[in-house]
Design a protein around this ligand. Structure first.
Ligand SMILES: O=C(O)c1cc(C(=O)O)c2c(n1)C(=O)C(=O)c1cc(C(=O)O)[nH]c1-2
Ligand SMILES: [Ca+2]
Length: 677
């Protein structure tokens, strides 16, 4: 049975703000990134439940034909699925068969890849009034005809293309406006969120999250208030200040409030950004805005004076919880900094915050909602290991909240890092030896000066937000596991870094079902119902910032979408396994060049390609697994842009032929070091 365009047009044409709210009554469709405007990722569908989840089987799979990270939560409307792959490519599929209806490629230029910190990822689309909206990695917001895949309009969300703004997040549509923020605070940008009229693509409003140059007129009163919390002596506005709104949004239709999470400072190091300190509003905060005007309503700052990349862009969930005998309208967040927050969503009043992992930067929160910082958490002189690290105790991977168990299911983790102030830091300078400076990162810190003491971990954490305590956990072999979904069937679903898709009993944490999938998973699952049948869908494709240069499974399959149902009998596609390559012979190699090659490598290559030979790489190949062919042609890759279409930039503007020789010597040297004598 084929899906006709008129029915697609009618189905997506019927979606407005009220339709998204009404879907909560039955949850047959998945209409918004986090399922509903409260972003609970709790589905009331229960025909898949603890009794029969063990009989889940594959219904269909679809090859996204990508090698980079896949972070998309699929949107499903009356039997049609809209899912994105890497490079912001949108796939419209027949949700019952996985057959493509159309594919829309926003044609992000390959050399835009290095403008993002964290892989060329996209978290999904929004649907509204007959259209599908995608924020492309290069900052253009596209409106696509849901039935045909034709472009309706496109608009540029980037106000200054000299700065490395990107988009990775999913848009939301509220009251006729398409809302989208940007990424870029690792490079130096000024964060903001923009609203566009869904019908015309005209900008309705824009709210900046940090002040601009205070000698210019303030855009609004919230910017004036924010400017008081910054030290202008280091001219913070030149690096943009940061505070990017790159992921979380939630909406309360009764209060008509939009909640957004804001990111870290640019540069990360507060001593360099605002030398006299200060809270640096509105970095690392939850902010309530009027979704129709963009007017500021209230804020709560999780991490005042951020200096650790403690973004508060992590998932925000709205719920009504009984706290001290009273039903409170609250929101919940588990941001990078390792504390779980419960905040009054009407007023922004702080209710509670407790650590959900080990935390060393603060000992807790006082009654007013301010962290009590640990001594030494901002050392200027010594290398220090903060826990959590910049990878976050929880990153963008969505959590979920089940009102029936009362638990939040958090993909929690620890990725140890040691950092120290970069003595040579200068705004936008590409100096050698500053970690990542060769690719434009603007942090003010160096990494891996000494080995971290903590050990990496990843687990699924079931957290009671009222009692603020752990109820159960499921340990994984690695950090960086997928987002979660919970259902009225008393289930929690999650994909894992080591390439499995799991179902747990939501109350006890018992594993009820699992299947290997063909790649590590970072995205969150969705569930939906069509003609009385419930399905569960997960998009797989290893990547994102942790997945760029390492993986937790030898399965290296392409991005794929898998849809399961009870009794599904389609065989899983074969997994592709990567092999370790032999040491490269026959490429000129002067051991005297290794030291210089290392310096060039650290500044330009390390962050994406990893430490050569340590593992087989992540979404980006490890150079210790290079072939002779790659090394012989190193110049073509590094200077001539042979890989630009795949995201490997040309370094002709920053590296010379001699540098290439030294880089190759360094890569050869790492292979030489492990060669059997
Ligand atoms: O500061 C920013 O603007 C920004 C943007 C993004 C992004 O857009 O993906 C990430 C981060 N920061 C970040 O700190 C981070 O850990 C991160 C992980 C990922 C990812 O997709 O795996 N993105 C981002
Ligand atoms: Ca960041």
């Amino acid at each position: 049975q084929t899906i006709d365009r008129e029915s697609i047009r009618a189905a997506v044409g019927a979606i407005d703000t009220q339709a998204i709210i009404d879907n909560d009554a039955h949850d047959r469709n998945w209409l918004n990134y986090g399922l509903n405007y409260a972003e609970t990722r709790f589905s009331q569908l229960d025909s898949i439940n603890t009794e029969n989840v063990g009989q889940l089987g594959l219904e269909w799979s679809y090859n996204l034909n990508s090698t980079r990270g896949v972070q998309s939560t699929p949107i499903v409307v009356d039997g049609v699925m809209y899912v994105t792959g890497s490079w912001s490519i949108v796939h419209a599929l027949d949700a019952l068969t996985g057959e493509p209806i159309w594919v829309y490629d926003p044609e992000v230029p390959g050399d835009f890849g290095e403008r993002g910190c964290c892989d060329v990822v996209n978290r999904g689309v929004a649907v509204y009034d007959g259209m599908v909206f995608v924020g492309a990695f290069d900052g253009y917001l596209h409106a696509i005809d849901a039935a045909t895949g034709d472009r309706v309009w496109v608009t540029d969300t980037i106000e200054n293309r000299e700065m490395s703004y990107t988009i990775t997040g999913a848009p939301r549509v509220i009251n006729g406006n398409v809302l989208i923020g940007n990424g870029g605070a690792e490079f130096g940008v000024r964060g903001y969120i923009s609203a566009y009229d869904a019908a015309s693509g005209e900008m309705s409003w824009r709210w900046y999250s940090v002040p601009g140059d205070p000698s210019e007129p303030f855009e609004n009163a919230s910017m004036e208030m924010a400017a008081d919390t910054w030290d202008p002596s280091a001219e913070y506005w030149l690096a943009g200040g940061g505070g990017t709104i790159w992921d979380a949004m939630a909406y309360d239709p009764d209060l008509n409030l939009l909640y957004v999470g804001t990111g870290n400072g640019s540069p990360w190091n507060q001593h360099l950004r605002s030398p006299a300190g200060g809270d640096n509003l509105f970095l690392a905060s939850i902010v309530a805005l009027n979704p129709d005007t963009g007017d500021y309503v209230w804020h709560y700052q999780n991490t005042p004076g951020d200096t650790w990349d403690y973004t508060s862009t992590q998932h925000i969930i709205l719920a009504d919880l009984e706290i001290d005998g009273e039903i409170r309208q609250i929101l919940m967040q588990a941001p990078k900094n390792g504390f779980f927050y419960v905040i009054d969503r009407v007023t922004g009043e702080f209710i509670s915050a407790e650590p959900f992992v080990e935390v060393t930067w603060a000992t807790g929160y006082d009654e007013t909602g301010r962290p009590i910082e640990a001594a030494g958490a901002r050392s200027r002189t010594e290398p220090w290991e903060t826990i959590p690290s910049a990878y976050g105790a929880h990153n963008w991977h969505p959590m979920s909240f089940n009102p029936e168990t009362g638990l939040v299911y958090i993909p929690a983790q620890g990725v140890p890092l040691v950092q120290s102030t970069d003595p040579a830091w200068q705004l936008n300078s590409h100096q050698p030896m500053s970690t990542m400076s060769g690719v434009g990162w603007n942090l003010g810190y160096l990494f891996n000066v000494v080995a971290p003491e903590a050990t990496p971990f990843g687990h699924l954490l079931a957290w009671d937000p009222v009692e603020q305590r752990e109820v159960w956990r499921a340990e994984y072999v690695s950090p960086w596991n997928g987002g979660t979904l919970t259902t009225a069937g008393n289930l929690v679903f999650q994909g894992t870094a080591d390439g499995r898709f799991m179902a747990y009993d939501a109350t006890t944490g018992q594993v009820l079902w699992q299947t290997p999938v063909t790649s590590g998973v970072v995205a969150a699952p969705a569930t939906w119902e069509h003609e009385g049948q419930q399905y569960v869908t997960i998009a797989v494709g290893w990547g994102g910032v942790y997945g760029l240069m390492q993986r937790a499974t030898d399965r290296v399959g392409p991005g794929r979408v898998f849809t399961f149902r009870v009794g599904g009998e389609t065989p899983m596609p074969e997994a592709e396994i990567s092999d370790r390559l032999d040491l490269v012979e026959g490429v000129p190699y002067d051991p005297d060049h290794v030291g210089e090659g290392l310096a060039i490598y650290v500044s330009n290559c390390l962050f994406c390609h990893g430490v050569p030979g340590v593992n087989n790489g992540g979404a980006i190949p490890n150079l210790g697994y290079s072939t002779a062919h790659t090394l012989i042609n190193a110049r073509a890759w590094i200077l001539d842009g042979a890989g630009v279409d795949n995201g490997m930039p040309s370094f002709a503007d920053r590296l010379s032929e001699e540098d290439v020789t030294r880089l190759v010597a360094f890569i050869q040297g790492t292979a030489d070091a492990v060669r059997p004598q």
